[in-house]
Design a protein around this ligand. Structure first.
Ligand SMILES: *Cc1c(COP(=O)(O)O)cnc(C)c1O
Length: 413
């Protein structure tokens, strides 16, 4: 194999984020496993355990009065997360919150932003969007009395491809501008790893007054965003992938603050959207918070917020610009080693991307996948023939990238 491991080790020494690896429990590390599936479930920050146990102890000791304890009272526990969330997506603090799960939040925000009428009722979405997003839009369309077959417009890659041409996205928006009631884009696309130009796409949607939302499940903690300045109407994300907040952890959401003043936007309401000052007075009339947290319904899971706190500390220390820079180096290194050493591998992911590479293998993909499992390399297989590999800048190394490519290049079939 060309290149060599000493070069990889040198890159690790020069990596400004190299000390962050030690802040995580890396799965199956005792077996020597290389974990390249952080795009599906990020590993556990060591502090997450301490923070969760801390709150479990408070629960045992204090019960109900835990809501009012001096140290991070549960009733305000989510306050700690707003600044880091805002930093991750490029928004004001009053534009973000943590609640429910991603798909639930997508539904809740579609209640507000998908307002179809008989002329404008269509939704534009990628044809290879994540299953849950497709089920969500289909069911919303039906809920409003329309037929998904008619109402859903899919952005389809060219024959045999998985990625979309950016101009084609813009042309499609232009073409259907009088019929679209909503645009929903996954950024990054979960399957191809393609990222999209949020600013340009949003500017066009804004020009035609079409509400636009982004699913940032594969974006937050991976790419940098300026949702507020770009004029994005809403976004949702999960926190257990690149954000390492734990399986099934609370979802994140963003709504542009221009919508806060608009009294005509409907939303579903609950007591945790009520102003904090009067929330526990249980008054008959809802007094919305002055932030998009007025969309919150229920009291959030404290243990999930506790693990999220551990993760957000890491992101605040590492900072997104550095994470993206190291991420580009790691993923670029993976791509160039694959191109040099693995002629049967095709990298599908274009250069506008985050840390994940999607690969197609000209041969028995399932066989290659099983071989990698045996060699203790964790990647994932999207059947029939896509392998997804993510060297994540917070905890993976150049040496791991080198070893993974070396192992792939030794596979014979
Ligand atoms: C991971 C992911 C989801 C998962 O949805 P949950 O509601 O968190 O279970 C949804 N959409 C996309 C695009 C994803 O990548």
């Amino acid at each position: 194999m060309k290149n060599n491991i000493d070069h990889a080790r040198k890159l690790d020494l020069e990596n400004p984020l190299r000390d962050f690896r030690n802040k995580f429990f890396l799965p199956k590390q005792d077996l020597g496993t290389i974990y390249f599936t952080g795009h599906s479930l990020g590993p556990m920050p060591k502090l997450a355990k301490d923070y969760v146990v801390e709150e479990l102890d408070y629960w045992a000791k204090l019960g109900l009065s835990g809501h009012y304890k001096e140290d991070r009272p549960w009733k305000n526990y989510d306050d700690n997360l707003l600044a880091p969330f805002a930093g991750l997506v490029g928004s004001l603090e009053k534009e973000v919150g943590a609640m429910n799960g991603l798909t639930v939040n997508l539904h809740l925000l579609m209640v507000s932003f998908y307002r179809p009428n008989s002329k404008k009722f269509k939704i534009l979405i990628e044809n290879n969007a994540f299953s849950s997003d497709q089920y969500a839009v289909d069911s919303q369309v039906r809920f409003h009395g329309f037929d998904p077959k008619e109402a859903i417009i899919e952005l389809c890659p060219k024959e045999g491809k998985l990625t979309l041409d950016e101009n084609y996205i813009l042309e499609t928006i232009e073409k259907y501008k009088d019929e679209l009631a909503l645009i929903l884009i996954g950024n990054v696309n979960y399957l191809s790893g393609q990222a999209f130009d949020v600013k340009t796409i949003t500017a066009l949607a804004n020009k035609f007054n079409i509400p636009i939302g982004f699913d940032l499940a594969h974006g937050t903690g991976n790419l940098e965003f300026d949702l507020h300045d770009d004029g994005v109407d809403f976004a949702v994300w999960c926190t257990y992938k690149y954000l390492n907040c734990g399986p099934g952890s609370l979802g994140g959401f963003y709504i542009h603050d221009k919508h806060l003043k608009n009294k005509n936007i409907p939303r579903f309401e609950g007591w945790f959207g009520n102003k904090k000052e009067t929330r526990f007075l249980m008054n008959r009339d809802f007094e919305p918070m002055d932030s998009v947290q007025s969309w919150q319904l229920s009291n959030p899971g404290i243990f999930q917020l506790a693990s999220m706190r551990a993760s957000m500390e890491i992101f605040e220390q590492a900072t997104m610009p550095k994470i993206r820079k190291v991420g580009d180096q790691l993923t670029g290194y993976l791509e160039s080693l694959l191109k040099e050493n693995c002629p049967k591998i095709e990298v599908i992911t274009p250069s506008r991307r985050g840390s994940m590479l999607s690969l197609k293998y000209q041969g028995d993909t399932e066989g290659l996948f099983n071989y990698l499992v045996k060699k203790k390399i964790e990647v994932d297989l999207r059947r029939p023939n896509i392998l997804r590999l993510t060297p994540a800048p917070l905890y993976n190394t150049f040496e791991e990238v080198f070893k993974v490519v070396e192992i792939i290049s030794n596979y014979k079939s």
